[in-house]
Ligand binder design. Structure first.
Ligand code: BJ8
Length: 419
């Protein structure tokens, strides 16, 4: 990594503690990623992004801020990035996926909570994440109780705006969500001093759609047997999508896809089992489950998660002449996301079944972050529907620690033998 100490100092980071964090990532990345054989050349860009994860992009965010621009941190794929782009601000996904931050999070939160929330709070209070340190505002949402209450803690450190996400999908909920998007537009205008217009909102929609299109193109290659890209690599790209520069990201994903097109012509199937992951998001650097699965004779070919299909499926229409038209288009696309915080959430089961067909999946692994009640309870309905359809499924509940890795490996091995 280049020398970014001056930048980190200006961001009020705890440099000593941050050094400890930076010391573990290269080894971890090396053992999970760089041990893969015959990787596409195009993954070099993403290797580079990870090697510079706390430097290059935070430096770009800093440059943007020096010019008067704003940076907004988000935690959920329901927050419409389009609005942020429209106001010439930059969105960054802050969902934290490292065990490193959990301990500091536990100083402020109960231990029996989702690791994603503990890590997010820990990242902020420890001053060891340059992204958290760069944001002018955090955009929260009312998706789960843990996050709702965590905003109150984070608000002591950085301004938080909370979007009230409905938990049902009736007409009144659509109307309420459109109102929330309107309020969000006002908030973003106030923060940035830039008006959201029909013209710049259409541009913002185009930027977000171009990312979706590139990811969709990448995922379409995974429908092939064998997939020309590993599940681990695809997951990494989805994770990077949340904070990289959009135009550069789209270009690099498309370059990689051009390579995959060629590569797919010469690959021969090794008979690996094709696995779908469904469940809670896997924020950077949470690669645990993919790593376990792909060290066995299996490949992850699709993730029905928010670091997977829920992030890129369905584009926002740019049709319309007024802001109201575009807000309706945003609401239509976003309320198509099937998160377990909704009741009922049968659309998710339909999605999973559809992906089983499209990606020729042999078995589904339901991945649940510990103490995420919405997803944990929803397992029952998903399991029932998949069993009725004759699709093998297993449930794994885990956190960011590595203690249970051996046990998970044994269970996945048994599952692979069974399917
Ligand atoms: S749309 S999945 S990104 S809410 S933080 S709910 S894991 S207990 S993240 Fe999510 Fe939006 Fe839904 Fe997707 Fe559970 Fe943890 Fe809560 Fe979580």
């Amino acid at each position: 990594m280049g020398d970014y100490r001056e930048l980190w100092k200006n961001l009020n980071m705890d440099l000593e503690k941050h050094d400890q964090l930076c010391a573990v990532l290269p080894d971890m990345y090396g053992s999970v990623y760089l041990t893969q054989e015959n990787r596409p050349e195009g993954m070099n860009y993403f290797n580079f992004v990870v090697s510079e994860v706390h430097g290059l992009r935070p430096a770009e965010l800093n440059e943007h801020k020096q010019k008067g621009g704003k940076v907004l941190g988000t935690f959920c794929v329901f927050v419409p990035d389009e609005v942020i782009f429209a106001a010439n601000a930059i969105p960054v996904g802050l969902c934290a996926g490292s065990q490193f931050w959990v301990e500091d999070g536990e100083k402020h939160l109960p231990r029996n909570m989702c690791p994603l929330i503990k890590a997010a709070v820990g990242a902020k209070v420890s001053g060891t994440c340059p992204y958290f340190q760069s944001v002018d505002m955090i955009v929260g949402e009312t998706t789960c109780d843990g996050k709702k209450k965590a905003w109150e803690i984070l608000d002591e450190y950085v301004p938080v705006h909370v979007m009230d996400l409905p938990q049902m999908k009736r007409t009144k909920d659509y109307n309420m969500w459109m109102e929330e998007i309107k309020l969000f537009i006002e908030k973003v205008e106030e923060l940035t001093g830039n008006k959201v217009t029909v013209e710049n909102l259409k541009k913002g929609i185009e930027i977000a759609n171009s990312k979706r299109r590139a990811l969709k193109r990448l995922y379409d290659f995974r429908k092939m047997t064998p997939s020309p890209i590993s599940g681990k690599d695809a997951l990494l790209i989805s994770q990077i999508a949340f904070y990289d520069d959009p135009a550069r990201f789209v270009q690099k994903v498309n370059e990689l896809c051009d390579e995959l097109e060629e590569r797919a012509k010469s690959l021969k199937s090794e008979g690996k089992k094709r696995i779908m992951i469904t469940g809670t998001p896997m924020a950077l650097p949470n690669w645990k489950l993919h790593d376990i699965i792909e060290n066995l004779p299996a490949e992850v070919v699709v993730e029905e998660t928010c670091t997977g299909t829920r992030y890129f499926e369905n584009e926002v229409s740019t049709e319309g002449e007024t802001i109201e038209d575009l807000i309706k288009n945003l609401a239509d696309r976003y309320l198509n996301i099937n998160c377990a915080c909704f009741t009922p959430n049968t659309g998710r089961i339909d999605d999973i079944k559809r992906y089983v067909e499209e990606y020729k999946v042999d078995g589904v692994i339901y991945s649940n972050l510990s103490f995420c009640h919405s997803y944990s309870i929803e397992y029952r309905n998903v399991e029932k529907a998949l069993k009725e359809a004759g699709i093998p499924i297993m449930n794994i509940e885990t956190d960011y620690s590595t203690e249970d890795a051996g046990q998970i490996k044994t269970r996945v091995e048994a599952f692979l033998e069974m399917i």
